[in-house]
Structure formats: C-alpha cells, structure tokens
Design a protein around this ligand. Sequence first.
Ligand code: OSB
Ligand code: MG
Length: 369
Amino acid sequence: MKIEAITLREIQMPLVHFFETSFGRTYSRRILLVTAHCEGVDGWGESTAAEDPFYSSEWIESAWPTIKQYLAPAILGRTISSGRECPSLFGKVRGHRMAKAALENAVWDAEARQKQQPLWKLLGGTRREISCGVSIGIQDSVEQLLEKIATELAAGYRRIKVKVKPGWDVKVLEKIRSRWAEIVLSCDANSAYTLDQAGHLRSFDQFNLLMIEQPLWDDDIYYHARLQKELRTAICLDESIIHARAAAFAVESGACRIINIKAGRVGGLTEAMKIHDLCHAQNIPVWCGGMLESGIGRAHNIALSTLANFSLPGDVSASKRYWKEDIIDPEVQVSPQGMIAISDAPGTGYRLREDLIEKLTVRKETLRA
Ligand code: OSB
Ligand code: MG
C-alpha cells in the first residue's frame, strides 16, 4: 500500500455542553484530522492534541507542523503494509505522540479498508459489543452535576466518572453517594493533588470508588506508588502512561491497579496494543479513555476497546453527548444497556460525512512525496 498523499485539516466543532476538568473549561473543539491517501483507498485518523497544551504538552499547533515537517515525510511515497510499521518510521522524532498517533491510526484505517476487513479484527479484537461509561465534567453547581448523573444513568451507562479537584471533591462525592449508594463510580483528578494531600485523598476511600484516576503529577509514577500504598481505592493512571515502558514500570512499582489506555497519548494503536498486552499478562484491567473526540477518533477507540483485556467500561460514549451532528454515519449509539455494538464494515466501520467535514473545515493542506 503506497502512501501517495496525506491531507491535514482542522475542523471546528462546538460541544453540546462545556466540559470542565481541573485544568480548565472547553466549549468548542479544534480538531486535527489526517487522511492517508493510498492507491484509491483513504484512511482517516484524528489527533487528540487539544486546543491548549494543558492535558499534555502537545496541542493542535504543535501536532500540525510536526506531522507536516517530520512524520508525513517519513512515510510519503513509501509502500507500507501495516500501521504497525509506523512507530519505527517515526522513531527519530522524540515525543509528539499525539501527532504520531493521528497519522499511524489513519494508516491503520487505510490498511483495514484496503484488506476489506474491520479494523477491530485486524487489531485482534474479540468483543462484539463494548461496555460504556461516561466522564462528567465539573459543573456550576452540585445540583447540576446530580442532574447530569441521573440523565446518564437513565440512558444506561454502566459507570459514572466525575472530575474532581481541591474544593470539588469530598462534598460532591458525598452528595452522589447519598443519592446513589450502589452505582459504579469513579473520579478523575487530572493531576490536581500532591503527595502532601495523601491524608485528604485517603478520605475518598469511604466512597467505595472503582478507582481514582491520575491524582498526582502527569509526569510521575514513583509518588503514585507511594500514594497507592496509603489508599484502599485503586489508582488508575492516565497522563503518566506515555508508552509501554511507563506502563511496565507503573505496574511493577505498584503505582496503579488499573490503566486507562488512550491511543493518542501513547503514540498510536500499535503502542496501545502493547500496553494492553502487558497489562493482560499482569492481570491489570484496562479501559479506553476519551479526549472529546469527533466520530473518527471515537471509531478508533471503539475498535481498540474490542481487545480482551478492556474489561472495564470505557469513556467512549454516544456522539450525541458531545455533538449536535457528528461527522460519521451512523453516529455512535449506546444501547439502553450501556453498550456499543461493533460493526463488521471494513475500516473503522463508520462512513464519513465528507460534505459535513468539508463544511466544518477551517484549513486544509495536502502533502505529497
Ligand atoms: O482525563 O480522561 C481525561 C477529556 C479531556 C482531557 C482529558 C480527559 C477527558 C475526559 C473526557 O475525561 C472523556 C470523554 O468523554 O471523551
Ligand atoms: Mg483522565
């Protein structure tokens, strides 16, 4: 499969509802989409690099020139048989994992379409449906948060995750638990705490949480291992797991008991599968995180989630929670049982609404060998 051209484009999509984490509030997304044009077949990928370098040091304005000047030239004009070949071709570039993932995942989609196979099968997935949770951001009031949780439970979601930060944690969790004693509940701090606050974090143990996600620094594993020893609640790492070695170190050192896998954060589907496999071998359950993706990134997340060790509900949820209109057809739908059914169509299994994508595009550039 010859990579003849690569198109980069930015689309802008307003969120149905703002999303707030410990690092800030997002109202509208600027999304970098990548198309790999390969001998009559197009593969699509989405960068998870955000509007700002807050979740990670990457952002849309670093991903675009990195792909344009380094990653695309490494594969343009080449004949590649699989997305698996991308990591070594990108190997000279340090970091920039979200940029790498966008391009690698586009190649995976092209490969699957060219082989007339669903991407999930190509990845070695086995699940025919995947289990869904939701991530609910910080709201203007606790009442509004409770309202949102009620809506998502009624929709069938199997796990509720709420964002926390100092000042929006224990009191909020108390209110949730006093209304719903039994639901599967977890929280995500996005690095809002320090080890000095271990005593405070220990008080979360009373809420019987499935996990506390990324309580400490984004670049830390060692202090998470110290903290995990002091908590009954399982720590799940997100930001800290930037590649398979970090996952191995985290598991070996006892820094977490669960891992959130995001293909964007770790440099693409190949590395994501490596983390999945090593966690599987060590009995560490994983789940698929989300980054407020459009349908394209969402479809890749769904394919990844079909692998056997994705045994906990992920953050991959219905398109309509984010978008008035998604750019894929059909949109991602979640059943009243909180499941997404896996499509057998080739590639990611969803059609692209190219007219709508064109309408949302604010800049576009096609690169050739
Ligand atoms: O930490 O998982 C996170 C969104 C943006 C940045 C980081 C995170 C999130 C989410 C939302 O939790 C997950 C989603 O609904 O896509
Ligand atoms: Mg997280």
